[in-house]
Design a protein around this ligand. Structure first.
Ligand code: 6R9
Length: 647
């Protein structure tokens, strides 16, 4: 066993208690209190969530807390509310009118601050522009933007009028964008002329033009100015936001919406070749994101909270925008990458703005470790009081580095496990109460009953790895896959009936701590982003040289997992380093740079079962060990094993 592995093992038995100074002021300050409230929440979920829901403002109170269903759940039935009202207007009544709602820094160093009053006004103006362009309740609006305040303003503007936003991450290609536009039925897109990333301009409007040219579904494009780069504007279709906002009213009445009104659709990768449009509600989603933000991040009025996720992902929806703003928190967002123009960009920002809560990903932390302590040493990070991690399992030694060098051993770390589908965090420490174990997401949040089970759904004893499932519904649970009822039922509720199937593997230790071991399906987690093997395979096969493709994920010291593609070529094509480059570029063009394979390997045949299914498991083993140990009796081509051993 190597030194590093030895160290990892020794961290596994480590328990770190929340610093006393933190617990003293925390909302939940002892494990006993957590346990008592948790028991209450499980014994009587209706009563529990009913109480929690009173923390948000309802235009009309709900009649029934929930319909009790796991499949097609409904929460706060009969109630009506407006999510943007809850994130904005209600704070104006109290003393938060001039409180900072949003602080932003651009990659080029520009900075902007919006008070709650200013943010409300901007949201109203944008909502009125959307209305002027014909957007109404339940219409879908695609948002394809860099991380600038206007992106958040547009999300809230949709929420204000009951339109359903579909945010597409700015790193996705025009093809991926088009796929999401078509599936969600959007006729209007909100974008920017471009965004800054590592000194370069991401040509967002050009990509929108490409997507729009391939379909006549897109009738209107509203464009914010960010980079000032020249863009083509098509008369009657494209409009500058700056011009459109002039002349609209500065107030927009928040629409009175049913608790179950969809708030947004967000696409995420699954095991099929097509991303799934995950649909979230208004009432249940807001109640649980607001409550979990308050409890898990132990929010205080003076906090300046920075979650580094992009709004293109669920973390950006729940823990950049809706959860914190519903609590009247001050949020910070940054447009650029952590390594530009220098490796200490994030530390500069924490020091400059006196950030108090810093929520990021294991991938980012692994990069900080790689760049070295010299980048962090000269910065004053004493404003920090709480750290968080999300998106992938965090290695214990990466956890320790974060704890020591960023938190200086005085900040608890909340390792938060959840998914696009769950809407909010389901397993996490409570920072003032939970004794932490580096690498474990620890215990379930209030109202949540996770279990580790075998293929038949039987609970497994401590230490045994199995499937992570969740028993019973919770308010922020997704309401479906957009226009895909079959897969909704099949993927999440069929394999083990009666529970929600997460697609993750996990085990519980003797003390009941949950340890998430990663995906058990064909979803690969690269730098915290979910990528479906089948999507990358489809992209590869769409190239004329490729006959067949199989994509697997292998552990990567920096990205968590890296993509390895195995391909067979069509007649007349020869393997070469040039072709490798061409194929990598092709995937980037088809999906986006996040799906670029790290390696492409050529084979003359792919391993298949007798029924013709590619056995990715074998390819993964080969990539990892250079040899095959698993069961191979169902393989069609037994020669394959000899062949692959030689590549
Ligand atoms: C929030 C988010 C979900 C998948 C999930 C799991 C992995 C997320 C994790 C974690 C271990 C954590 N994941 N948080 N694994 N520890 N704290 O990331 O949503 O993009 O839908 O990804 O990410 O594998 O199933 P999403």
């Amino acid at each position: 066993m190597g030194d590093q592995q030895c160290q990892e093992r020794s961290y596994l038995s480590l328990k770190i208690y929340p610093p006393h100074s933190f617990s003293q002021k925390a909302l939940i300050d002892t494990q006993q209190k957590y346990k008592a409230l948790y028991k209450e929440s499980i014994d009587n979920p209706e009563l529990f969530w009913g109480k929690v829901a009173q923390e948000i403002d309802w235009f009309k109170p709900w009649e029934k807390t929930s319909n009790g269903e796991l499949i097609h759940p409904q929460w706060f039935c009969g109630g009506s509310l407006n999510v943007s009202y809850n994130c904005l207007d209600r704070h104006l009544k109290g003393n938060r009118k001039s409180k900072r709602a949003l602080v932003w820094e651009g990659e080029n160093g520009e900075s902007l601050t919006y008070s709650y009053e200013e943010l409300t006004k901007e949201v109203c103006i944008t909502a009125n522009v959307l209305k002027k362009h014909g957007v109404g309740k339940s219409d879908t609006v695609v948002i394809y933007m860099p991380l600038i305040p206007q992106a958040i303003i547009t999300m809230l503007a949709c929420a204000r009028i009951g339109a359903i936003h579909n945010v597409v991450f700015a790193g996705f290609s025009s093809k991926s964008l088009l796929e999401r536009i078509l599936d969600s039925g959007a006729r209007l897109i909100v974008t920017a002329d471009g965004g800054f990333r590592r000194g370069k301009i991401i040509p967002l409007k050009t990509r929108v033009d490409e997507a729009a040219s391939l379909s006549n579904q897109i009738k209107k494009v509203l464009v914010f100015k960010r980079t000032g780069s020249a863009v083509q504007m098509i008369e009657g279709r494209d409009y500058w936001m700056e011009k459109e906002r002039a002349g609209v009213e500065e107030f927009c009445d928040p629409a009175v919406l049913d608790s179950e009104q969809p708030l947004f659709i967000l696409y995420t990768s699954g095991t099929t070749g097509k991303p799934k449009g995950i649909v979230h509600s208004s009432g249940g989603y807001l109640v649980q994101t607001a409550f979990s933000t308050k409890m898990i991040f132990d929010l205080k009025e003076e906090d300046l909270y920075w979650c580094t996720a992009d709004i293109g992902w669920i973390t950006g929806h729940s823990y950049v925008v809706y959860g914190p703003l519903a609590n009247g928190a001050s949020i910070f967002i940054y447009e650029g990458a952590p390594d530009f123009p220098s490796f200490d960009r994030f530390w500069q920002l924490i020091e400059k703005y006196k950030i108090t809560i810093f929520y990021t990903s294991p991938t980012a932390i692994r990069a900080f470790i790689k760049w070295g302590l010299q980048w962090i040493a000269n910065h004053d990070l004493s404003s920090l009081r709480l750290l968080g991690s999300v998106g992938e399992p965090i290695n214990p030694e990466v956890w320790m580095w974060f704890y020591r060098h960023v938190g200086k051993e005085k900040c608890p770390i909340v390792d938060t496990w959840w998914q696009t589908e769950t809407g909010s965090i389901l397993i996490s420490p409570l920072p003032g109460a939970t004794p932490m174990k580096p690498g474990s997401a620890t215990f379930p949040f209030f109202g949540i009953s996770p279990e580790v089970v075998d293929e038949q759904g039987n609970p497994l004893p401590p230490g045994r790895n199995g499937f992570l499932v969740i028993k019973g519904p919770w308010p922020s649970m997704f309401r479906g896959i957009y226009k895909d009822e079959n897969n909704y039922k099949k993927i999440y509720f069929s394999r083990i009936p009666g529970v929600y199937f997460t697609g993750d593997g996990a085990y519980k230790d003797e003390e009941g701590y949950f340890w998430i071991t990663g995906r058990i399906d064909d979803v690969i987690n690269v730098s915290g982003h979910r990528i479906g093997s089948a999507e990358v395979e489809n992209a590869l096969v769409s190239h004329p040289a490729v006959a067949e493709a199989a994509v697997v994920g292998i552990p990567d010291p920096y990205k968590g997992e890296a993509l390895i593609a195995f391909i067979t070529l069509k007649e007349g094509y020869l393997a070469s380093t040039e072709l490798v480059q061409v194929l990598k570029d092709h995937v980037v063009k088809e999906i986006g740079s996040l799906a670029r394979p790290q390696e492409i390997r050529f084979l003359d045949t792919l391993p298949k079962t007798r029924s013709g299914k590619i056995v990715r498991r074998l390819l993964k083993e080969v990539s990892l060990q250079g040899r095959i140990t698993g069961d191979t009796t169902t393989l069609e081509d037994s020669q394959f094993i000899d062949k692959i051993g030689k590549i």
